[in-house]
Design a protein around this ligand. Structure first.
Ligand SMILES: Nc1ncnc2c1ncn2[C@@H]1O[C@H](COP(=O)(O)OP(=O)(O)O)[C@@H](O)[C@H]1O
Ligand SMILES: N[C@@H](CC(=O)OP(=O)(O)O)C(=O)O
Length: 416
């Protein structure tokens, strides 16, 4: 007998028929003698619908009320799934995050889990019940409902699996695993049997939507066996593994494991800023004070005592606010300069632990993009990733060209 935490995403519970299909799947595991805790998201589109209504009423909604509102999406699906399980003769009880004891800090809309009470879940499991938990939500010390950030049900799933010491956390979604890149953009993308925690962290943080980054962090930190699978077809999915657990066959790692991309950033350049100590902090300080996260940063080298350009990226949603801070606070403070902004950019990233031991990945990447006439505007690297910023309209072309050039296309692998 194993204990599984199974998380079903929005598409997997997107209709009454699909909820019934999830109930059948869960019943199958229980009939095989396993204990199951199910975490569900809201029906696909529901969270956006709720946010849209709030924005129609108030364009600056308070985070506490937003959490109160958006947490209702998951309350619908937990009860419907419990009812579907009852209909199949399976005893099941549904719980909101607050009822099940998912305690978080008070950072509304991006709360972090601090503690999970497991006693009630364990009692239910021991009584042979399926436990159905609302993903994406928790409760703070004062009893306020909180949410964990978009895509947060993945994190609920992995956190519950860690707290319960589950044998595996299974993330059921609308693709049958983690692919070399988003299969919706590149039809030649192929499913990976396994991927390391580190690589998955990079892919998630660089835009691959398949897992929320914090769920991967949790899995790494608490050693939770984590698998991504399809809700709609059987198959082994993709196992997220610690690097040391990779099997012998994969010792000769591929150079690149995956390609991530996002069009969700904007670029800002301060031209003609004085090149003296302290300037970077005077530019980025007010931005940090406004709680805006900065991603890539590039400062041009200037001759001593001269002027320089300073470029950085922020989330597209923070673009206008950042522009305003630069124009109204930073430029007057620096006593000069000019702002240049662009929110039609995309970031494309190659990720792979194999990069550590191979030179020349960046130069090959740049050559492939040059051959496609794609201009690179910014570059950033780490030990296992290279990211470039390019024009948004060339994003998909870049992803496909790089996918082919780095030997990731389906036909390349199949013919090996
Ligand atoms: N490398 C990747 N592998 C698999 N899917 C990816 C990848 N990058 C992006 N995706 C996208 O992630 C989607 C699944 O995530 P999401 O829509 O959040 O699912 P859910 O609603 O089940 O949580 C897929 O439909 C796919 O388009
Ligand atoms: N419903 C929430 C939480 C979530 O995780 O959804 P999904 O599993 O469909 O990505 C959201 O839309 O962000």
């Amino acid at each position: 007998m194993a204990l599984y935490v199974q998380k079903f995403g929005g598409t997997s519970v997107g209709s009454v028929e699909r909820i019934k299909a999830v109930a059948e799947k869960v019943k199958g595991f229980r009939d095989d003698g396993h204990q199951v805790v199910v975490v569900v998201s809201a029906m696909s589109g529901e969270t956006n619908r709720l946010i849209g209504m709030a924005n129609e009423i108030n364009d600056e909604p308070t985070p506490r009320e937003m959490d109160m509102l958006v947490s209702t999406g998951e309350q619908v699906t937990i009860s419907l799934l419990a009812l579907a399980l009852h209909k199949l003769g399976v005893p099941a009880t549904s719980y909101t995050g607050s009822q099940v004891g998912i305690l978080t800090d008070s950072a509304h809309t991006k709360a972090r889990i601090q503690r999970i009470e497991t006693d009630e879940m364990r009692d239910d499991l021991d009584e042979g019940k399926v436990v159905v938990v609302a993903g994406f939500q928790g409760v703070d010390e004062e009893g306020n409902i909180t949410t964990l950030g978009r895509g947060g049900s993945d994190t609920t799933g992995v956190a519950l699996a860690a707290a319960l010491g589950a044998d595996e956390c299974q993330i059921y979604t609308d693709v049958d695993g983690v692919y070399t890149t988003d299969p919706r953009v590149c039809s030649k993308a192929q499913r990976l049997d396994s991927i390391t925690v580190e690589e998955m962290l990079e892919l998630a943080s660089l835009g691959s939507k398949v897992l929320q980054i914090r769920s991967v962090e949790f899995a790494g930190k608490y050693n939770v066996p984590l698998r991504v699978l399809s809700s709609f077809q059987d198959g082994p999915g993709t196992l997220i593994v610690a690097e040391s657990d990779q099997d012998e066959d994969s010792m000769e790692e591929p150079l690149i494991s995956g390609i991530a991309f996002t069009a969700n950033e904007a670029k800002l350049t301060l031209l003609n800023t004085p090149d003296v100590p302290g300037v970077a902090s005077r530019i980025l300080g007010p931005i940090a004070d406004a709680n805006i996260e900065v991603d890539m940063i590039v400062q041009n080298v200037a001759p001593a005592g001269d002027y320089t350009d300073f470029t950085f990226t922020v989330a597209k949603g923070d673009y206008k606010k950042t522009l305003k801070i630069l124009e109204e606070q930073v430029i007057p403070d620096l006593g000069g300069g000019e702002v240049n902004g662009d929110d039609n950019i995309a970031k494309v990233s190659l990720v792979g632990v194999g990069m550590r031991s191979h030179a020349g990945v960046a130069s090959k990447m740049f050559r492939v993009l040059a051959d496609e006439n794609i201009n690179i505007r910014m570059v950033s690297t780490s030990e296992i990733k290279i990211s470039v910023v390019i024009d948004e309209k060339q994003m998909e072309l870049a992803v496909r060209a790089l996918h082919t050039a780095f030997g990731l296309d389906k036909s390349d692998i199949e013919s090996e």
